[in-house]
Write a protein that binds this ligand. Structure first.
Ligand code: F0G
Length: 476
């Protein structure tokens, strides 16, 4: 139980933990926030965390540890080869995911690099429900590319379909019928599809993709970085699985995949990553790359202490009260915003509440960095930092992004409902004053950076005017 019914009506997400170690945070005055934005080139990624009041840029490496995780830190066996820590982690993977082989690496994109190096060659095409930028980059570096098969519904920021991350199975089959098998080394499935607003994929759809791939002898690759939220959504939105335990759902999903990888900065509430599989030949290929690029295969560039934390984090993840905490807070935010007409991606997904900057800042042009401008404006009126998920998050060669979103990530077990309510309140104030949000331009047209870090300048003094209006409201 993580949502309680109120006597006065309605429900409330409630934290199923209490806090014993805290980090103080501070809200710097609005004038200083303007200065911090200047120094950061108006890019939320460039802000110093000490200047941020509520940090909602990501959950990556930022989820809070449980007491059991903090304790496990000290069990680390730092042996270079054959450490006890590694074997305990490998056993946990076997127990939960049913995979024989486990290779640790330093973070999620390292898994992707190892997999691309092991399996992708020039001209290969990898079907996926939707791309994630780091996997796309690693695949392209090896001369391959991704082909997206997301159902139409996933490309809309509105709608109430519970599984917007689903594959279009017909299109996938047609593609596989028309493409030589040698060019398709694997089919990728992303759980909790990040770039469409953390939208889940259904277990039936995963099983169907897996059956299609296996009938053709193609590997199924599952990115489980965001599986926590996806598990919750299967449990709560899939009638067939409502009585299944989180552990059962996780295993059914894992069984559908031949290779699983994850960012341990998300799954497992630690800082690391991992690749698991049953095929010995595949394991040897990936292991040799891990040895070459990450570290000896029993630590793969991860700290043993973090591996201990990750192992306990896997157990934590099997608890419904833990996997529901993020999605319940996000749903609360989405519902509050919907009530006030603030445009958000619906239905509520995982990872964070996604504001739709295309609708929020409809008065700005598509190339005027709507999401970056909105993220800067949110910081000015709240001190909260969201993540631009628009043009600045794309590859340098792109001049238009498919979506302009601002993600207000909800790192797990980190913020309380007061923090969440505060952010909702300030975003609502901003929505009432949205016409004051102005355009952003390149700081220097000749240095188009993207990949999250752009140096931008406001088209005029709209940020100062917005700050003045906010001060007049006397809210701080
Ligand atoms: N796959 C998915 C679905 C991710 O969301 C991420 C990271 C990665 C792979 C790469 O993992 O960061 O450990 O190298 N997402 C982070 C985010 C960056 O904030 O959404 P990593």
């Amino acid at each position: 139980m993580s949502k309680i019914k109120l006597y006065e009506g309605g429900t409330l997400p409630i934290e199923m933990h209490r806090v014993s170690i805290v980090h103080p945070i501070r809200l710097i005055p609005v004038e200083e926030r303007l200065r911090a934005l200047d120094e950061a080139g108006n890019c939320s990624y460039n802000l110093k965390s000490e200047d941020v009041f509520i940090d909602m840029i990501t959950d990556s490496g930022f989820n809070a540890m449980s007491d059991a995780q903090a304790g496990a830190f000290h069990l680390a066996d730092y042996a270079y080869a054959g450490s006890t820590t590694y074997y305990k982690m490998a056993d946990k993977i076997k127990e939960i995911l049913g995979k024989e082989y486990f290779l640790p690496v330093h973070q999620g994109r390292a898994c992707e690099q190892m997999l691309a190096r092991s399996f992708v060659k020039q001209g290969d095409l990898i079907p996926t429900n939707f791309h994630f930028c780091t996997f796309l980059t690693q695949t392209r570096l090896m001369g391959g590319d991704l082909v997206e098969f997301l159902q139409e519904k996933g490309l809309s920021t509105v709608g109430e379909d519970g599984f917007k991350g689903d594959y279009d199975l017909e299109k996938l089959e047609k593609f596989l019928n028309e493409t030589p098998k040698e060019r398709v080394p694997m089919i990728r499935i992303e759980a909790g599809t990040n770039l469409i607003g953390g939208q889940p994929i259904s277990l039936d759809n995963i099983n169907a993709v897996s059956a299609i791939a296996r009938a053709r002898g193609i590997r199924v690759l599952l990115d489980m970085s965001l599986v926590m939220d996806n598990l919750h959504f299967i449990k709560t939105r899939d009638e067939k699985r409502k009585d299944h335990t989180i552990r059962q759902i996780m295993r059914e999903m894992a069984d559908a995949a031949d290779i699983i990888y994850f960012s341990g900065r998300k799954l497992g509430f630690a800082r690391g990553g991992g690749i698991c599989m049953n095929d010995h030949g595949d394991y040897i290929k990936v292991r040799d790359n891990v040895s070459c690029f990450e570290g000896f295969p029993t630590f793969g560039g991860m700290s043993s202490a973090e591996m201990e934390v990750m192992r306990v984090g896997f157990d934590d993840t099997m608890d419904e009260n833990v996997v529901s905490q993020g999605p319940d807070f996000i749903e609360y935010m989405v519902e509050e915003f919907k009530k006030r007409g603030v445009p958000v991606v619906t239905p509520a997904g995982g990872l964070g509440c996604h504001l739709d900057a295309d609708r929020f800042c409809a008065h700005l042009g598509k190339k005027e960095f709507r999401a970056a401008a909105l993220a800067a404006a949110i910081y000015i009126v709240s001190g909260a930092r969201g993540m631009e998920r628009g043009l600045s998050s794309e590859a340098p060669e792109d001049s238009i992004a498919p979506f302009e979103l601002v993600r207000l990530a909800v790192p797990r077990r980190v913020y309380t409902l007061s923090h969440i309510k505060y952010v909702i309140d300030r975003v609502c104030w901003l929505y009432e004053h949205r016409d004051m949000i102005g355009a952003m331009r390149w700081e220097d047209e000749s240095v188009k950076e993207h990949m999250f870090i752009d140096f931008l300048r406001p088209a005029d003094d709209w940020r100062e005017r917005l700050a003045l209006e906010y001060k007049k409201a006397n809210l701080e």
